[in-house]
Design a protein around this ligand. Structure first.
Ligand SMILES: [Zn+2]
Length: 179
C-alpha cells in the first residue's frame, strides 16, 4: 500500500516551502505584495527553475495567478509543452484554474502551503480542493499539503497584507467546507 496523498510531503518539501514563504514575505509592504507565490522545481534535484508572484493587479489579468504565471514562464523558458520531471510549489492550495493548469502542464507533483479554507478567510475562493480536481482527471499528478502551513497563512495575516486585502473586492458569502 503506497503512502496516502495526505502524507506524501517530504522534509525537502518543508524546507523549500519555508524558503518560498520567506521570500514571499520580503515583498510585504511593497506594491507587489501578495500571499500567493509559486516555484517550479526540478523534481529529482530540487533545483529551482523559476518563481513567480501573483500579478493579477499588475497585469490587469484575472488569470495571472502565481501558479499559472510560473508554469507558463517555465514552459517558455524550457521550450517544453510538458513539465514531466518538475514539481510545482505554491504558498496556497491551487484554485481549480491553477490546478487544471498544473495537470495540463504535466508536472509530477503539486505541493501547497496554506489551504483554500485558509485563504477563504481573507479573500474569495472557489471551493473545490486541488485533490478533487486532480482525481477528476486521467492525468497523473500527486498533490501534497498543507506544508509549512503556519508560515504561508502568516502571509495572509500580516497587517500590511490585511490592509491590501481590505481593498480587494470580495464576496460576503460564507465559506462552505472544502473537505
Ligand atoms: Zn489560482
Amino acid at each position: 500500500m503506497s503512502k496516502s496523498k495526505e502524507t506524501s510531503s517530504t522534509a525537502a518539501d518543508l524546507e523549500r516551502m519555508r524558503r518560498l514563504a520567506a521570500w514571499t514575505a520580503r515583498w510585504l509592504g511593497t506594491p507587489r505584495q501578495s500571499p500567493f507565490c509559486a516555484d517550479v522545481v526540478e523534481t529529482a534535484t530540487g533545483r529551482l527553475v523559476l518563481r513567480r508572484l501573483n500579478a493579477v493587479a499588475d497585469e490587469h489579468d484575472p488569470s495571472s495567478h502565481a501558479e499559472v504565471r510560473v508554469l507558463r514562464a517555465t514552459c517558455k523558458r524550457l521550450k517544453k509543452l510538458t513539465l514531466t520531471g518538475y514539481t510545482l510549489y505554491t504558498t496556497c492550495e491551487p484554485c481549480p484554474m491553477c490546478m487544471s493548469m498544473a495537470l495540463w502542464s504535466g508536472v509530477d507533483r503539486v505541493v501547497f502551503g496554506a489551504t483554500i479554507s485558509d485563504a477563504a478567510r481573507h479573500c474569495s475562493q472557489i471551493y473545490i480542493p486541488a485533490r478533487t480536481v486532480a482525481t477528476r482527471s486521467d492525468m497523473k499528478c500527486t498533490v501534497a499539503g498543507p506544508v509549512a502551513r503556519k508560515e504561508c497563512v502568516a502571509l495572509f495575516e500580516d497587517p500590511r497584507m490585511q490592509a491590501m486585502i481590505r481593498t480587494w473586492r470580495h464576496s460576503k458569502r460564507p465559506a462552505p467546507k472544502t473537505s
